[in-house]
Write a protein that binds this ligand. Structure first.
Ligand code: CAA
Length: 254
């Protein structure tokens, strides 16, 4: 039996996906992306899972597998693109946290950028080195990076191909946090998020994503629909009741 390159562990409401190809610094090939997407499809349907963490064994991921795509034609490379999987992550109806140690480069950083939050340790090195291969970021990097850190800083990273370390990434807003044990920190954050009402989280994520995709007035209209949608949930009733009764709410996702 071949060793699995993408692993899944579920601990109560938290799923942890681990990219597991450490010999190649977790370079991502199409089979791994297909496996990741299948895992996500399963987790999307699993109501017991409320938050998803993605991490890598030793490193996060040093990008797309360069050797695997060396002989591709332009059409093949477009078909091979990771964009569908990363778009699924961006639109995933539950919070997703990337935990980054070591290299998060190229497609690896693009995977982390599609997640909602990023927690790293001091070893983290984040960059988009595709320019050095005669390429450019091909899985959302030129769009998601400037949205997150602004055009000038994004251009510096994309044009130079040079990675930034954890401190700079934190200063840029590319990392939300640096922690000695980033997986433990992510699980702590995931437990906090798992205690929140899932429908509100899902709708809030859609609203924030929409802030970058849709013209302002339409996005505000969507937000008002999302707000009203939350009003119809049992969790809204529970939240308001718990506030009045001066106790912690217990959200069920209904
Ligand atoms: N693809 C395939 N193999 C990779 C890889 C990648 N992206 N990154 C690392 N590896 C492999 C190396 O070939 C090496 O394998 P062997 O031991 O069999 O030779 C192993 O991982 C260890 O790597 P190094 O010996 O190079 O380790 P290092 O510590 O000296 O250097 C590094 C680390 C700076 C990350 C270097 O490996 C590197 O530059 N990797 C490529 C990074 C890159 O260019 N990523 C972008 C890829 S293109 C992309 O992602 C397109 C997109 O937008 C989707």
């Amino acid at each position: 039996m071949t060793e699995k390159n993408v692993l899944l562990e579920i601990e109560k409401e938290i799923a942890v996906i681990t990219i597991n190809r450490p010999k190649a610094l977790n370079a991502l090939n199409f089979d791994m992306i297909t496996d990741l997407e299948q895992i996500l499809i399963g987790l999307e349907k699993d109501d017991t899972v409320r938050v998803v963490i993605i991490t890598g064994e030793k490193h996060f991921a040093a990008g797309a597998d360069i050797s695997g795509m060396a002989e591709f034609s332009p059409d093949e490379v477009r078909a091979y693109s990771f964009r569908h999987c990363f778009n699924r992550i961006e639109n995933f109806p539950k919070p997703m946290i990337a935990v980054i140690s070591g290299f998060a480069l190229g497609g690896g950083l693009e995977l982390a950028l599609a997640c909602d939050l990023r927690i790293g340790d001091k070893t983290a090195k984040l960059g988009l080195p595709e320019i050095n291969l005669g390429l450019l970021p091909g899985a959302g990097g030129t769009i998601r990076l400037p949205r997150l850190i602004g055009a000038a800083r994004a251009k510096e990273l994309i044009f130079s191909g040079a990675p930034v370390d954890a401190e700079v990434a934190l200063q840029y807003g590319l990392l939300n946090k640096i922690a000695d044990d980033p997986l433990a920190e992510a699980k702590k954050m995931a437990r906090m998020l798992a205690s929140k009402p899932p429908v509100s989280l899902k709708m809030a994520k859609q609203c924030v994503n929409m802030a970058f995709d849709v013209e302002g007035v339409k996005a505000i209209e969507f937000e008002s629909v999302a707000f009203a949608y939350c009003f119809a949930t049992e969790d809204r009733r529970e939240g308001v009741k718990a506030f009045a009764e001066k106790r912690a709410p217990k959200f069920t996702g209904k």
